[in-house]
Design a protein around this ligand. Structure first.
Ligand code: MTE
Ligand code: LUZ
Ligand code: MOS
Length: 763
């Protein structure tokens, strides 16, 4: 089935926040944000700005009736700065004007007096100064201390992974207007409507039932709107409450890049020990997460790093510790993979390092340590329905790894200034919010008198194809055609207390709730049919919009059936509720069964490095992915393609830079390079691993949103191998992204100066 949004998107008819027609009298908001990263505010002078014609009001923390607090996991994040600034871009005041242009003019007229304070941007420095968001966490299995003695080889090192800007096409934004009885209605570009509702209620000092949050769809979220859409929603709601006017705020791209958090940079240490026959006997790692100025989702991200520290390998002795370090950067947040990629990079770096030292291929170590059915993860869950070995073998066989390696060797021996490199990147990703209480959802289904169906769920469409999958679920459960089904906006008054659309679990959780609701409605309709046909419920089926009695088609079609039920006063509305069974986690022991299931995959990445320029191309990413019983090929393959390219961007070109004063230097698309059409692998082949699918996945079709991003990690190691092929003196470094500048430096690191490189070409 095609994505139900395709035609609307192509015609420009799909509605995003900025497409909502504005009401008469709408005013425009703009944040006045901190011009430094850490300081005490001595005085802010708004008087010149306030005198500007068309300026309506400037709001500060003093205007807040409720609490000046939007922190979610921890209450450590003021909406508007009070006495102290914690990061460059921290909101200080909200300018409200008759137009965005006037608001921008007014912003220039505000002046501030500050007493600057020391700035920390480095997580290791924060740890040394004991600036932690929360106490560190350790996952432990076996006993690494005694295992080292049994190891033939031990290697230690450090790694760095940088942040990543979400660059959703639609920037953050919200539009609020007051309704009656002191209530407020907000359209928000958020992955978490309930989170926005809750924070508004708290800041405005009103109950949640007075706040209605509505979301049609997002122009991308990628985790950046899981928690960080909240501030903008609260700000416009606050202004609407005070001014009793509709207030709109849609962020300028550069404001969004400056003020919002990104993927967490990590600085990590590893120690890996292997037996003579390359079995990984012990693995230790210490992760320093750069959380930024407040907690946001950092503790949850940190935990997912620990959960994925050993990726798709079985290691008997593991001890991994993670520190969430408070710095003066914008609070970092969820980003596709949610700490998982950061953890897996360190493991792959350790393997790469060991392989290089031993003069073997990384895949010799990888192959020897693949997770097996029944193996225990360091967090206590056992690998069940484990496809790790199958996905590994299928990849190597299907794509003929020996042939790929031979081709690369031949190419490299025949070419002096172009070198190819290859890497294998397996992925094992756990599906469920690691915080067990978040794994639930609801769906509200109305069957209208004419037989058409309206569905509301708690899930947010952000380009991942959720709504199409929800249509497919209802079609299957009610035996209906797609045209009869409409997916409504996501609205807190129709579906309440939702978890954000995240953790790749949205289709599973909301789809299962929807299945539940449809099953109940179908039961009622079958009872109606049985009554009218004077038959037994068990004899009735509904197929292709017709009632069958004892497998014989009757003259009752769907519309007639709904009419009969309506006249019989049968309830044609149902609310389904689903909570993932089986899962639990004991944080005191750091053991449990946190995931409904795991997604497995494996990929081969081949690159060509231009050894004169340091540029590279991704020749191919060939992968085998465990989709389960795939319910929508175009959508799921699209998720893989997008995830792979986003992962390659993180690993190779997207370089977030702050100066030591905490100012974002990569603050625009001219200074922050994201993948374009030329960055896409020349060949991207997706093979479906044939399996049964998983009963806890929606229609046995496994979650696919985040896992593919981690295939992109292969690009780092493939480029590294190509650099090594050109320059044997190059010392392996694990400092992502591997930008063309770093590649060039690596190519000529410690190279003897005989003739200028490329001289013979010039001659
Ligand atoms: N795909 C598109 N097109 N846009 C997005 O914003 N977000 C990703 C992934 N794929 C995203 C996307 C992230 S971070 C997650 S968690 C999942 O989609 C969320 O959707 P799901 O739970 O339905 O997979
Ligand atoms: N969000 C969250 C997530 O709150 N918990 C999670 O485990 C998670 N995992 C991935 C992405 N977002
Ligand atoms: Mo995705 S990082 O769970 O929004």
């Amino acid at each position: 089935m095609k994505n139900i949004d395709s035609i609307g998107h192509v015609r420009g008819e799909s509605i995003y926040l900025d497409d909502i027609p504005v009401r008469t009298g709408t005013l425009y908001a703009l944040v006045y944000d901190a011009p430094c990263a850490h300081a005490r505010i001595k005085n802010v002078d708004y008087s010149k700005a306030e005198a500007l014609p068309g300026l309506v009001r400037i709001l500060t923390h003093r205007d807040i009736v409720g609490e000046n607090e939007i922190g979610n996991i921890f209450q450590d994040e003021p909406l508007l700065a009070e006495d102290e600034i914690h990061f460059w871009g921290m909101p200080i005041a909200l300018i409200i004007a008759e137009s965005e242009y006037i608001a921008r003019q007014a912003k220039k007229l505000i002046s501030i007096e500050l007493e600057e304070l020391p700035v920390i941007t480095d997580p290791r420095e924060a740890r040394a100064k004991n600036k932690l968001i929360a106490p560190p966490r350790t996952f432990k299995m076996g006993d690494t201390n005694s295992a080292w003695a049994a190891c033939e080889y031990i290697f230690e090192g450090t790694t760095e992974t940088n942040g990543q800007e979400h660059l959703y096409i639609e920037t953050q934004g919200a539009y609020a207007y007051p309704t009656e009885h002191g209530s407020i209605r907000i359209s928000s570009s958020t992955q978490g409507p309930t989170q926005v509702q809750k924070a508004i209620a708290k800041v405005l000092g009103i109950p949640m039932h007075k706040v209605e949050v509505d979301v049609t769809r997002l122009g991308g979220g990628f985790g950046g709107k899981e928690d960080q859409a909240t501030a903008w929603g609260v700000l416009v709601a606050l202004a609407a409450q005070i001014l009793k006017k509709p207030i709109k705020y849609s962020l300028h791209r550069m404001d969004d890049m400056r003020m919002t958090g990104k993927r967490h940079p990590y600085s990590s240490d590893y120690k890996i020990g292997l037996s003579k026959d390359l079995k990984i006997l012990a693995y230790e790692a210490t992760f320093h997460q750069n959380a930024g100025a407040s907690a946001d989702l950092s503790p949850a991200v940190l935990e997912r790093t620990l959960f994925h520290a050993t990726n798709m390998y079985s290691v008997p002795n593991v001890e991994v510790t993670a520190y969430s370090c408070r710095t003066h950067l914008p609070p970092n947040t969820a980003f596709r993979g949610f700490g998982g990629p950061q953890g897996m990079f360190v493991m792959e770096a350790a393997i790469s390092r060991a392989a290089n030292e031993l003069g073997i291929a990384a895949r010799d170590i990888q192959a020897r340590n693949i997770l097996q059915e029944g193996d225990e993860f360091p967090y206590g869950q056992k690998a069940e329905k484990c496809h790790a070995q199958k996905v590994w073998n299928t990849t190597l066989k299907h794509y003929n790894i020996e042939e790929i390696e031979q081709e690369i060797a031949t190419f490299n021996s025949e070419n002096k200034y172009y070198k190819k490199g290859m890497a294998i990147m397996p992925v094992c990703f756990g599906i469920s919010f690691t915080n067990t209480p978040m794994n639930h959802a609801r769906a509200l289904v109305h069957i209208y008198q004419d037989g058409s169906v309206g569905i509301s769920t708690g899930g947010v469409e952000m380009g991942q194809g959720l709504n199409t999958k929800m249509v497919q679920v209802a079609m299957a459960e009610l035996s209906l055609s797609a045209q009869r089904i409409k997916i409504e906006t996501t609205n807190t008054t129709r579906v309440a207390n939702t978890s954000p659309s995240a953790a790749s679990a949205t289709a599973d959780l909301n789809g299962k709730a929807l299945e539940q609701a449809c099953k109940e409605l179908k039961k009622r309709l079958i009872e109606t049919a049985a009554k009218h046909l004077k038959s037994d419920n068990s004899n009735i089926t509904i197929e292709n919009e017709f009632v069958f009695n004892n497998n014989k088609k009757t003259d009752i079609d769907w519309e007639k059936l709904v009419q009969l039920a309506f006249l019989d006063r049968v309830c044609l509305t149902e609310n389904g509720h689903y909570a993932t069974p089986v899962i639990y986690f004991d944080k005191a022991k750091e053991k449990g069964h946190p995931f409904a299931y795991h997604v497995y995959g494996n990929s081969i990445t081949v690159v060509t490095v231009d050894c004169l320029r340091g540029r590279y191309e991704i020749d191919a990413v060939k992968l085998v992915h465990d989709f389960g019983k795939k319910m929508n090929t175009p959508i799921d393959d699209g998720q893989i393609e997008g995830g792979v390219v986003q992962g390659i961007g993180w690993m190779t070109m997207e370089e977030i830079l702050y100066n030591d004063k905490g100012k974002l230097l990569s603050n625009a698309l001219s200074t922050y390079k994201i993948p374009d059409i030329y960055s896409v692998p020349k060949e991207l082949i997706i093979k479906n691993l044939e399996t049964e699918g998983h009963p806890l996945a929606i229609r046995k079709s496994k979650a696919v949103g985040e896992p593919p991003l981690m295939y992109g990690i292969g690009a780092y190691f493939a480029i590294q191998n190509a650099v090594k092929a050109f320059n044997p003196n190059y010392t392996l470094k694990y400092d992502a992204p591997f930008t063309p500048e770093k590649v060039l430096m690596g190519l000529y690191e410690k190279v003897e100066k005989e003739a200028p490189v490329g001289a013979e070409i010039l001659n």
